[in-house]
Design a binder for this molecule. Structure first.
Ligand SMILES: NC(=O)c1ccc[n+]([C@@H]2O[C@H](COP(=O)([O-])OP(=O)(O)OC[C@H]3O[C@@H](n4cnc5c(N)ncnc54)[C@H](OP(=O)(O)O)[C@@H]3O)[C@@H](O)[C@H]2O)c1
Length: 272
């Protein structure tokens, strides 16, 4: 087994905003980092930080035991990884490119066939947060490979392994982002509504943020309703929740604002 306390040979393929942040974190962590980017200037910019620049993605993949991909999408991953299959055999690939769960699963099947250990990842941070206390990254797939390189991956932020299914990290990723977008949509709608009273979205933000933080602590108590519904005793009835959402819907109508959001929430939360 590789000794992860020692400097590792790591390659980073893709040096956009995120890939550059990942490569810098690895260099700051003392690892031997080889980089490649389709537009070479972005790779050259990392030489001063100690990175070696590969002439091709295939060369970068051959230069390391741990290969990290962070390109635009699944198509770009496939474009570079498939022709390099023979060079990657026996190595670990961590794909931090955002993909759908099904794309991650399909890549996992391909990797297994080729004798490559695939760990798929979902980055829950913006590039500026990489290596900082608020960043975390979801991982799934080859558990043994993840554990082998855990200390390297922890340079990016907290490392959370969420399952052996290679699609799991992407599924948790999109689910968390779904929660974020639902919150932003409700804030946008609420901001427009309070402005009809002479209020402001800024004041709403100040009042809404601590309330939502308190509500977020209740998510864990809701989980059994989804995980083990047969045993779950619901505190608030669907009728109560539907009536509460109808009241918000009426306030939207009265203030001349759209109501689609509340219809969707009502159906999703109560099925009524
Ligand atoms: N930025 C974030 O906040 C964030 C957060 C979580 C996850 N992510 C994910 O991280 C990945 C990279 O994001 P980013 O922010 O670094 O994006 P970005 O700044 O737009 O960079 C995209 C990268 O993909 C490369 N690329 C695109 N098509 C390619 C191809 N066909 N072959 C080789 N390279 C190709 C680009 O190369 P060129 O330089 O040559 O164009 C560039 O290095 C995405 O999947 C994104 O969803 C980003």
């Amino acid at each position: 087994m590789t000794n992860t306390t020692a400097a590792q040979r790591v390659s980073v393929i893709g040096l956009g905003a995120m890939g550059t942040a990942l490569a810098k974190a690895l260099l700051a962590g003392g690892h031997e980092v080889t980089v490649w980017n389709r537009t070479p200037a972005r790779a050259e910019a990392l030489v001063a930080d100690g990175a070696k620049v590969a002439a091709s993605s295939a060369e970068a993949m051959a230069a390391a035991d741990l290969v990290i991909l962070c390109v635009l999408d699944d198509a770009a991953v496939r474009e570079h990884i498939e022709p390099a299959a023979a060079r990657l055999r026996g190595r670990t690939v961590v794909n931090l490119t955002t993909t759908t769960p099904e794309q991650a699963r399909s890549l996992g099947v391909w990797a297994e066939t080729e004798g490559i250990e695939l760990v798929d990842g979902g980055i829950m941070a913006v590039p500026e947060m990489i290596g900082g206390p608020g960043a975390f990254v979801l991982y799934s797939g080859a558990a043994v490979a993840f554990e082998r390189y855990r200390s390297v991956l922890e340079l990016f932020g907290r490392a959370e392994f969420v399952g052996n299914d290679p699609g799991a990290a992407a599924m948790y990723d999109v689910s968390i982002l779904g929660g974020m977008y639902a919150m932003f949509a409700a804030f946008a709608q609420g901001g427009a509504m309070v402005r009809t009273t002479g209020g402001s979205a800024a004041q709403l933000a100040a009042l809404m943020a601590p309330f939502l933080q308190a509500m977020a602590t209740l998510l864990a108590a809701q989980a059994p309703g989804i995980d083990t519904p047969a045993e779950f005793v619901q505190v608030q009835s669907d009728e109560f929740t539907a009536a509460a959402i109808d009241l918000i819907d009426t306030a939207a109508v009265e203030s001349g604002n759209p109501t689609e959001l509340y219809g969707v929430l009502r159906r999703a939360l109560t099925g009524l």
